[in-house]
Design a binder for this molecule. Structure first.
Ligand SMILES: O=C1O[C@H](COP(=O)(O)O)[C@@H](O)[C@H](O)[C@H]1O
Length: 338
């Protein structure tokens, strides 16, 4: 199937946590907040349950399930640079997956009500298994899947039935289990070269913008409703790798890379301006293998010259949420001052 269908503050302050006063836990945060699971993660912290932090996403029709996390304010180099980021920390993959499903379903409802469609962008990698709760009750029945339009933030230039294909990964464990119309699933044209596939994908996106399916940001880039993404252990997002020339690409919406440090070498990827134009980004990062990049992103002093790709996300006016676990935050323990 054809594709149819930073500015960063230098020497920003180090990571800081501050527990929110009780009364503020139920309010829309003015600053980024860190949500810790029940249990003792940071010495001295009093852990209890509180209201879900994503009040603006609440549905009028369906009450949210009991909250799993506690609210903290967090200030980090990344949040200082980018404005708004929430950090959710879960005790288990199961809890993360439940919360991600709820978050996604609520955004689906919001955008379907507001725009009549819901444009969702997926990455490959470990993110995909975190979507599994969406394929189960109540979401299987309650989500308006017919309104979904699904794109990929990056794709490997391989046949769609290849083990390395991000499309295949998503199809096998997610898309084949939910009733999204096939014409609204925008896989790459795998008969084309990397350059051709990137160009073809950008054309498909332009057609969707012209058809009113994808919104447009104030800067003129496509504004997807929700990007669901992972991050590699090296801090890469999409197929934007540390130190690569593509990090500064702004002329194109979609470009290709032929020397990806992670195999396979040939891929297509959204460029930063498209990622930054998103309305919502959920970054799912779990496991000790990601702890170094998480520490770099949230816990270290830095200058604008050594930013990882994940730190270069600077949303125009969207909302960025980390979905993490304790292992991914393990290197931050010593930095927390409560
Ligand atoms: O190669 C890729 O890697 C990243 C991260 O994958 P993960 O398995 O470490 O979570 C993924 O987000 C990207 O889409 C994929 O092409």
């Amino acid at each position: 199937m054809a594709a149819s269908g930073v500015s960063h503050s230098p020497a920003a302050p180090a990571y800081r946590l501050r527990r929110l006063p009780l009364t503020r836990r139920f309010m829309l945060p003015a600053t980024p907040r860190l949500h810790l699971p029940t249990g003792t993660l940071y010495p001295g912290a009093r852990i209890s349950r509180c209201a879900d932090a994503r009040a603006p996403l609440r549905s009028n029709r369906r009450p949210l399930s009991p909250p799993l996390a506690m609210a903290y304010e967090a200030t980090s180099a990344a949040t200082a640079a980018n404005g708004k980021q929430d950090l959710l920390v879960f005790d288990s993959d199961e809890e993360l997956s439940v919360s991600l499903a709820k978050y996604t379903a609520e955004l689906s409802e919001k955008f379907v009500q507001e725009r009549g469609v819901f444009t969702v962008v997926l990455s490959g990698g470990s993110l995909v298994k975190s979507l599994r709760k969406l394929t189960e009750s109540p979401y299987l029945e309650s989500v308006d899947w017919a309104k979904w339009h699904v794109f990929w933030v990056d794709e490997r230039v391989v046949p769609k039935d290849h083990e390395d294909s991000n499309y295949k990964l998503a199809f096998d464990s997610f898309l084949s289990k939910v009733p999204i119309p096939p014409g609204q699933v925008y896989a790459i044209n795998d008969a084309l070269s990397a350059e051709g596939a990137a160009e073809d994908y950008e054309t498909a996106m332009k057609n969707s913008v012209n058809a009113g399916v994808i919104a447009v940001s104030t800067t003129g880039y496509p504004r997807f409703d929700l990007m669901l993404m992972g991050m590699g252990p090296d801090g890469h997002i999409a197929s934007l790798f540390p130190g690569h020339a593509l990090l500064s690409m702004t002329e194109k919406w979609v470009t290709c890379i032929k020397d990806s440090p992670k195999p396979p070498p040939e891929r297509i990827t959204f460029t930063f301006p498209v990622i930054n134009a998103s309305a919502y980004v959920a970054l799912v990062v779990t496991g000790a293998g990601k702890a170094g990049a998480v520490f770099k992103a949230l816990g270290s002093e830095k200058t604008s010259s050594d930013l990882l790709p994940v730190e270069m996300v600077s949303l125009e006016d969207g909302k960025f949420t980390w979905f993490t676990d304790k292992a991914a935050l393990s290197m931050l323990h010593d930095k927390a001052s409560l």
